[in-house]
Design a protein around this ligand. Structure first.
Ligand code: GCO
Ligand code: MN
Ligand code: MN
Length: 385
């Protein structure tokens, strides 16, 4: 599996890799320190990512158009940005709104206790939806950065959920009224920046979606780091979304369990977890965007940021190649087939099942050889197989 290029791991647009303007544009500010890198112009980001082989860029409203820009300023910025997209062939598949930086959102946006803040959040989102659609986006991510609490004295979580639902319903109605070709992808996070966030995991989000007026318009945007922060197996949440036809988008990165939101380079922390995620996406032939929601270490200068971006895509492609090897590995495949205990028959009738005699002694005594299977997987990943 070495199609083109030097070693077959060179990203190309057809791989559908995307980055947020806010990811490679992250200046390295953290709660303890100032930015360490200068801000990059969105047009410069577009050109560099195109050169590296990405398919597109995603953005928050304010990543492109600064808050408070006049209509004329907005139009000029958008025109120049479109020019860069046109010159490079880069796409904007996803757009979103920043509903967390403005101090007005300190108690949440869609779930703020103050109804005026909830209305302002909707107004800001409608404008961001218009911008996204203008740039060609067909997916709209809702990440409720401030949708949570530090104290449950603040609000009844059922009321907060009702406000949240009302907001998403309103947005769906807007998209329908405008006849936009746009679907929503809800992104869960367990905590940070709020003490606890509502709809903490992809599973919570999935259940919530079916309580909406237009569940068909809404799916999820699971993020690796967020599920790992909750100590969960990311690929299980993604699998559930895939199975339900609700994986509308994905945020790839790296994260150690039990830490702050690290947003590490994809595959840099847990190569094995990343491998099984890529396996899931590739085996299911998921057609969506491979979006990296992560940023370079704060230690890096600009060159390090581009190393980070190139490395994210390269790791994905290396893991994709490993997946093909795993699937074609006769020993691995044989172990899997043996674990099945022969071929399963069709669903049995109740009476037939009632009368079936199982060799329980054998079932109780058998092993599954998963130690061997995992070792072979590790050897494949470590490059000796
Ligand atoms: C985070 C989130 C964000 C969102 C982004 C798009 O933890 O900061 O992951 O990066 O994905 O705001 O909605
Ligand atoms: Mn995140
Ligand atoms: Mn994210």
């Amino acid at each position: 599996m070495k199609p083109h290029g030097k070693d077959g791991y060179e990203p190309r647009p057809e791989h559908h890799f995307t980055f947020g303007l806010w990811t490679v544009g992250n200046p390295g500010r953290d709660p303890f320190g100032e930015p360490v890198r200068p801000a990059l112009a969105p047009t410069a980001i577009v050109r560099k990512l195109a050169e590296l082989g990405a398919y597109g860029v995603n953005l928050h409203d304010n990543d492109l158009v600064p808050a408070g820009a006049s209509a004329a300023e907005r139009d000029k910025i958008v025109r120049e940005f479109k020019q860069a997209l046109g010159d490079t062939g880069m796409k904007v598949p996803m757009a979103t709104t920043n509903l967390f930086s403005d101090p007005a959102f300190r108690d949440g946006a869609f779930t703020s206790r103050d109804h005026r803040v909830r209305a302002y959040a909707l107004q800001k989102t409608l404008a961001a939806i218009d911008l996204g659609v203008e740039l060609g986006a067909t997916t709209y991510v809702c990440w409720g950065g401030r949708e949570g609490v530090e104290t449950n004295a603040a609000k009844d979580p059922r009321t907060a959920l009702a406000w949240y639902r009302e907001a998403v319903n309103y947005l769906c109605e807007y998209v329908r009224s405008q006849r936009y070709d746009l679907r929503f992808a809800l992104e869960a996070k367990p905590n940070e920046p709020r003490g606890d966030m509502f709809l903490a995991t992809t599973g919570h989000m999935l259940a919530f979606i079916y309580t909406l007026d237009h569940p068909e318009m809404v799916g999820v945007n699971p993020e690796l780091a967020h599920e790992r922060m909750a100590g969960l197996d990311f690929s299980h949440g993604v699998a559930q979304a895939l199975e339900a036809g609700k994986l509308f988008h994905i945020d790839l990165n790296g994260q150690q369990v039990g830490r702050f939101d690290q947003d590490l380079r994809f595959g840099s922390d847990d190569a094995k977890g990343a491998f099984f995620l890529v396996k899931l996406l590739e085996d299911s032939e998921w057609p969506g965007m491979r979006h990296f929601d992560s940023h370079a270490y704060r230690t890096e200068d600009q060159a390090g940021v581009w190393d980070f971006a190139a490395g994210s895509m390269r790791t994905y492609l290396i893991l994709k190649d490993k997946v093909a090897r795993f699937n074609a590995d006769p020993e691995i495949q044989q172990l899997l087939a043996e674990a099945d205990g022969g071929k399963a028959g069709a669903r049995v009738a109740f009476n037939e099942l009632r009368n079936t005699k199982f060799d329980l002694a054998a079932l109780r005594a058998r092993g599954y050889a998963y130690e061997r299977l995992d070792q072979l997987t590790m050897e494949l990943l470590l490059g000796v197989r």
